[in-house]
Design a protein around this ligand. Sequence first.
Ligand SMILES: NC(=O)C1=CN([C@@H]2O[C@H](COP(=O)(O)OP(=O)(O)OC[C@H]3O[C@@H](n4cnc5c(N)ncnc54)[C@H](O)[C@@H]3O)[C@@H](O)[C@H]2O)C=CC1
Ligand SMILES: O=C(O)[C@@H]1CCC=N1
Length: 290
Amino acid sequence: MNTSSTPTALGSMQLCFYGAGSMAEAIVRGLIGQGLTAPTNIGMLNRQNAERLTELSERYGVVTAGTDAAKQDMIRNADVIFLAPKPKDAAGVLEQLRDVLSPNQLIVSVIAGLSIRTIEQLLGRPMAIVRTMPNTSSTIGLGATGISYSESVTAEQRALSEAMFQAVGLTTVVEEPLLDVVTGVSGSGPAYIYYMMESMIAAGVKLGLTVDAARDLTVQTVLGAAEMVRTTGEQPADLRRKVTSPNGTTQAAIETLDAHEFSTGIERAVARAAERAGELGADIERSALK
Ligand SMILES: NC(=O)C1=CN([C@@H]2O[C@H](COP(=O)(O)OP(=O)(O)OC[C@H]3O[C@@H](n4cnc5c(N)ncnc54)[C@H](O)[C@@H]3O)[C@@H](O)[C@H]2O)C=CC1
Ligand SMILES: O=C(O)[C@@H]1CCC=N1
């Protein structure tokens, strides 16, 4: 299959989201919004939150499964199963799936830290597994997703997976151990930017701006800065220098950030998130070996 035929192939497939939280919703909203598949091809299930499933069904027109029998049918009939529970629930979910899955189904995991090897251990056999690390910006088609494959994923399944995640943003295929680094940079990354925005808005308000003005100016500044890096192709450091007049306001601000070890803080945050992904994976692996 070539990439151009993939959306058509996807359009005839049944997708099942096992776990119906923020990340599952972000991907579903992106897939439907980008017209990659019809809502009726998408099934979603969770552990027990019927209200959440009703909300998703009303909002997107997706099919939901509440009873155990309906869940089993949805899983059995799916061509692609997205694993989207929290890491702490992953071992239980995979144990439930172990006797329900068939060899021709494609598994797509978004679970932080969970390795392909551990998924196969918990399922009791090798399968076609796509391990990914997306982010919530997939909701608006601006996601950034790292992807790795188990050995048995075919070229056709790779093209399909990449088309799904490209529909909701950009993708990069990496060696599996690097997915933890992707988690530190772009999986958790939106939260760092939101955190910075929270502080910029709060500071603006503290110094006299209205909340609306502080918010609008901050949002446009972040948007403009990201777009400048993307469209000019210039390095962030060069663009930063162009804002920073000698002895001016920006220099004073950057010196203040340096005094608070801004770069070190960000570097350590990314490294710690990557390390935490490894810890989450090791916890699940321990459950697998029990
Ligand atoms: N939120 C984010 O920005 C990102 C999250 N991820 C990964 O996505 C996964 C989900 O994260 P969120 O959507 O944020 O979590 P969430 O808590 O919003 O959603 C988890 C979902 O899994 C369901 N679930 C848990 N145990 C279950 C079971 N036994 N059977 C059926 N459903 C079950 C819950 O009911 C809930 O719908 C995590 O593994 C996380 O590492 C990956 C990239 C980004
Ligand atoms: O915080 C977490 O563990 C998940 C994985 C990446 C973003 N959110």
